[in-house]
Design a protein around this ligand. Structure first.
Ligand SMILES: NC(=O)c1ccc[n+]([C@@H]2O[C@H](COP(=O)([O-])OP(=O)(O)OC[C@H]3O[C@@H](n4cnc5c(N)ncnc54)[C@H](OP(=O)(O)O)[C@@H]3O)[C@@H](O)[C@H]2O)c1
Length: 336
């Protein structure tokens, strides 16, 4: 009897210890880590659902479409570039789990909010319901706030924040009618902690986090509707080369610095686990970025550790890389 008790106590200690140990090597927050270990598998929950993915023409959205297509869902693919959406559709059909009629290519400009209601009706007409809306479309910039044209702030706010809010508002009444559905927003670590050279982007993502958290409270008597804020760190995609350089007419292009990034497929698999387990907010990033989020969120008084070591490094790299550009086109950073 005593041995049994000792064994039980040992197990009770060992399990959390193993869990914490794997956190030191992991790329997710503790809740998602737990769900990835013991939670529901995406194929158990998502198969058969109607999923609308925005920003499906590239990067995370394209990979989401691809992985979802393997689970056997009905897919709506949206973004501005129809040709790219058709390419993603063909890629999804190649794995053989879906038929042509299971995928709807629906071109959509998030900044054109007047088109969102018609788009929503088109999805409902095609599939009869929307089970999951994945608000994934997003754009970014790479420039000091002081050098960033207000047009960049406006466009990023229109697409990342207002576009997402508008589409969510179009889909919500339908979900409320059924008391069923998932609203997912692909946010960013820049929606939790500040990231230098991304003031407009970070502002839009912070706003999205506030919007979804508040929406969650307003849906308290709709238990069938869940919301998820997904916050990835750096992930392989085209967002870096599409970054605006202070003006909407200038983008970073191929000169984008090759920083360490998580693979798109790993990030997307973790997103699917989060969706399957209805996790309200998740953080997905390799170490030490994940550690920095914990520090920023729970011990903000220690932010000087991040500021001095990380932000200083990023800013200095930026100044080195773009010295000529700053000299020629932008307002110079005032010297101290
Ligand atoms: N990659 C990262 O490191 C990272 C990290 C954290 C969060 N995220 C977030 O992940 C999401 C996906 O980005 P990504 O990294 O996969 O970048 P990406 O490869 O550049 O994809 C961005 C997607 O957004 C679409 N888009 C851009 N403007 C749009 C508009 N006005 N209307 C509709 N769609 C529009 C693009 O399609 P069209 O050009 O065809 O419209 C594209 O499909 C974004 O919300 C981003 O903030 C990315």
């Amino acid at each position: 009897m005593e041995v049994g008790l000792w064994l039980l106590a040992l197990c009770a200690l060992l399990l959390p210890a193993l869990w914490l140990l794997s956190f030191l090597r992991t790329d997710t927050d503790l809740t998602l880590l737990w769900a990835a270990w013991l939670g529901r598998r995406p194929e158990q929950v998502l198969t058969g659902m109607v999923v609308w993915v925005t920003g499906a023409s590239s990067g995370i959205g394209e990979e989401l479409a691809f992985q979802l297509s393997k689970l056997g869902v009905s897919l709506v693919l949206s973004a501005r570039r129809t040709q790219e959406l058709e390419r993603v559709k063909r890629r999804c059909l190649e794995n053989g789990n879906m038929k042509e009629r299971d995928i709807l290519v629906l071109p959509l400009d998030l900044a054109d909010t007047s088109s969102h209601d018609t788009a929503t009706k088109a999805v409902l007409q095609e599939f009869g319901r929307i089970d999951i809306l994945v608000n994934n479309s997003g754009i970014a910039h790479y420039s000091f706030a002081v050098d960033t044209n207000l047009d960049v702030f406006k466009l990023i706010t229109d697409v990342n924040y207002l576009g997402t809010v508008s589409l969510t508002k179009c889909v919500l009444p339908h979900m409320m009618e059924r008391n069923r559905g998932k609203i997912v927003i692909i946010n960013s670590i820049a929606g939790i902690i500040p990231v230098p050279l991304c003031s407009a982007y970070s502002g839009s993502k912070h706003a999205l986090r506030g919007f979804l958290n508040t929406l969650h409270t307003e849906l308290y008597d709709y238990p069938g509707i869940t919301v998820s804020t997904i916050c990835p760190g750096p992930v392989h995609s085209n967002i870096y080369q599409n970054c605006f350089l202070g003006e909407v007419t200038k983008v970073l292009g191929k000169q984008a610095r090759d920083i360490p990034k998580m693979s798109t497929s790993r990030c997307v698999w973790l997103i699917l686990v989060s969706m399957a387990n209805d996790l309200k907010e998740v953080w997905i990033a390799d170490q030490p970025v994940l550690f920095a989020i914990y520090l920023g969120q729970y011990m903000p008084f220690l932010d000087w550790i991040i500021s001095k070591k990380t932000w200083g490094k990023i800013i200095n790299q930026y100044i080195m890389d773009w010295h000529n550009y700053l000299e020629n086109s932008c307002h110079k950073r005032p010297s101290k």
